[in-house]
Design a binder for this molecule. Structure first.
Ligand code: SAH
Length: 278
């Protein structure tokens, strides 16, 4: 299907077989899966997914593209295309009369990179408000740098506030690199496939707002130690005490704390605050 890519909608058509295969494989699909695809575009990925799954609902913002896509895919009883903005569309309302497509359990998508953050927030939520309805699996093709940040381990350069925030909400896995030339037109950046398993948060952090603030300030200047970045929140003695309870060095930087460390650190800090305010 031919369609001139529109910049305004961040349209880059994926043309690499290898990348398409890797995405499909990463989704571990079965004939019971009900998929949600974001931005099907010309349908290259859609065509591969449809024969494997029970149903696929796709949300595409580009009206002209929607018309063409429906024509080119033809009538398929397990495919439903919704025209709209993935960030604002009311999926549940749109699916009320389409039983087969309700409650999709996986998302598979080559997303528009300009709205990566908002897409993650829509489907995972935030530390303060994790989404209630959880997908089993989310496979995304996105900007490589973001892929590395989402899947980074502590003590690495890519490990930042975004890593902790997303990993609080989902287990993340880096699947593979996808070079810019795998697309038409090639984006300015390289890409990568990641896989996210949204988690049930059994023991949520005591005060999500505090964790949020600690992350924001803690990672504000990556070269600085926590004791400097968090100066406005706690004095060095308190920080040293909290870090030692976590078996961490007083010179620690934000990137040295694992997700579990951040949760404990936040909880311990909240405790000291409530004691001192009694
Ligand atoms: N999946 C296709 C296209 C990826 S490009 C492929 O792999 O070739 C991103 C797609 O997302 C485009 O089709 C674009 O029109 C669509 N898109 C952009 N913003 C969107 C939004 N807010 N909601 C839904 N779709 C959007």
């Amino acid at each position: 299907m031919n369609y001139k890519p529109r910049k305004r909608f961040a349209q880059h058509w994926l043309k690499s077989d290898k990348a398409l295969n890797n995405i499909v494989e990463a989704a571990s699909l079965t004939n019971e899966d009900r998929l949600l695809e974001i931005g099907p575009g010309t349908g290259v990925l859609t065509r591969r997914l449809l024969p494997i799954v029970e149903s696929l609902v796709a949300v595409e913002i580009d009206r002209d593209l929607c018309k063409k896509l429906v024509k080119s895919l033809g009538e398929k009883d397990n495919f439903l295309l919704l025209q709209g903005d993935i960030l604002s569309i009311d999926l549940e309302a749109n699916l009320t009369s389409f039983k087969k497509f309700q409650n999709p359990n996986k998302i598979v998508a080559n997303i528009p990179y300009n709205i990566t953050g908002p897409i993650l927030q829509r489907f995972l939520g935030t530390i303060s408000q994790p989404t209630k309805d959880k997908y089993d699996l989310i496979v995304l093709l996105l900007q490589k740098e973001v892929a590395h940040r989402l899947t980074a381990k502590p003590n690495s350069k890519a490990f930042g506030a975004l890593s902790v925030r997303i990993q609080y909400l989902a287990m993340t896995e880096f699947i593979c690199d996808v070079p810019a030339i795998a697309f038409y037109p090639p984006p300015k950046v390289d890409s990568a496939v990641v896989r996210l398993f949204p988690r049930v948060i059994d023991t949520p952090v005591d005060n999500p707002k505090v964790l949020d603030t600690l992350l924001k300030l803690g990672f504000a200047n990556r070269r600085k130690m926590l004791k400097n970045n968090l100066k406005s929140l706690m004095d060095v003695d308190l920080l040293t005490q909290l870090l030692s309870e976590l078996d961490l060095n007083p010179q620690a930087r934000a990137e040295n704390l694992s997700l579990e460390n951040w949760i404990s650190f936040s909880n311990l800090f909240v405790k000291t605050q409530s004691i001192s305010s009694v």
